[in-house]
Write a protein that binds this ligand. Structure first.
Ligand SMILES: [Mn+2]
Length: 335
């Protein structure tokens, strides 16, 4: 968790120090760290000290009964198979978020009126992927326990796995809507099971593969194709399928994961595995808008790698999509 970069997602006086919200560790025994009068809880011999006088229900100035959308970064960049750099995604998305108006003409909502909290980035130690995934899982679990709705900025796509683990634990009927150029359903990639190329296969194992809907897919391996073919009703090359997926998800809780490489590289070159032949920025925004009314309890936007970007167009698109998704998460589900 860091620093002033977190302030960049939206100019708001409602920003709170990241560590106030997400002081965590595997050693907390599942307890949710408490705020201590607005300041950081203290680490004590590796344990997080608790102060039950703190008011955990208050997020970003929201009324206690109003759940906030909590933005955080998960800068994992460990299993990227082609060109790395997604660790810089959260920073770039926040930076280019500056250029956008807070009011959305699509939704008629204003971000300034939405309970919103930017918790900064999860500190991920370099090296083994397992501990990093555990930290991300913990971060999401803490956000949910505090009544927040997490919006995670990747990072490579593998970050979706620990996030879904945490969200599924809280919402057993979870549906996953997956927007991506790649199926990401490899059983293994070069002998490894935990990679960004197999993340949706792992996610399917958690929530049940009938509960994963993939749209925009235009790249699979031969092995994946066989598996993906068995999911025909749940996998489409078109973003137009999202309307059908939304209808099938109904009122059940939804996790939305968006890999920015679903968009054609002409519109989103700043990503690790560009796949030609995709939709435009506008088509993605319009497709995402068809998900309005769903009960989106958590979401992510992944695989922005700014060093391959030109003029920030990929980061600006990711920031725009993030803002639209935040508004959808903040809107009460259709009743
Ligand atoms: Mn992808």
């Amino acid at each position: 968790m860091t620093d002033d970069r977190a302030r960049h997602f939206i100019e708001t006086s409602r920003f709170m120090a990241a560590r106030d919200f997400l002081v965590m560790g595997r050693d907390t025994g599942g307890r949710v760290p408490q705020r201590t009068g607005g300041r950081v809880s203290q680490h004590d011999g590796g344990r997080v000290s608790q102060d039950t006088r703190g008011d955990t229900a208050q997020c970003a100035g929201a009324a206690p009964d109003t759940p906030a959308v909590v933005v955080f970064g998960a800068p994992l960049d460990t299993t990227t198979s082609f060109r790395s750099g997604a660790r810089h995604g959260p920073r770039a998305i926040r930076e280019y978020s500056y250029v956008l108006e807070t009011f959305s003409m699509r939704t008629g909502q204003d971000l300034e009126k939405i309970p919103l909290f930017d918790a900064g980035d999860v500190d991920l130690a370099p090296g083994e992927v397992g501990p990093a995934l555990d930290k991300i899982c913990d971060a999401v679990r803490v956000i949910l326990k505090k009544g927040g709705s997490p919006l995670m900025l990747g990072g490579e796509h593998l970050v979706t796995l620990p996030a879904v683990q945490a969200v599924h634990a809280a919402y057993p009927g979870l549906q996953v809507i997956h927007i991506d150029a790649h199926a990401d359903m490899r059983l293994q990639y070069l002998g490894q099971e935990l990679t960004h190329a197999g993340v949706m296969r792992r996610v399917s194992a958690i929530v049940g593969r009938e509960n994963v809907y993939s749209a925009g897919i235009r790249s699979v391996s031969a092995d994946e194709h066989e598996y993906a073919s068995s999911l025909a009703a749940n996998l489409s090359t078109s973003l137009g399928a999202l309307m059908d997926f939304a209808a099938r998800a109904g009122k059940r809780p939804v996790y939305l994961t968006i890999d920015i490489d679903v968009v054609d590289p002409a519109f989103a070159p700043g990503t690790g595995a560009p796949e030609p032949g995709g939709p435009s920025s506008r088509e993605l925004l319009e497709a995402v808008a068809t998900l309005h009314g769903l009960d989106i309890v958590a979401a992510d936007i992944v695989e922005v790698a700014p060093q391959y970007d030109h003029a920030g167009i990929t980061a600006a698109l990711a920031a725009k999509v993030a803002r639209e998704v935040i508004m959808m998460m903040a809107r009460a589900p259709a009743s």
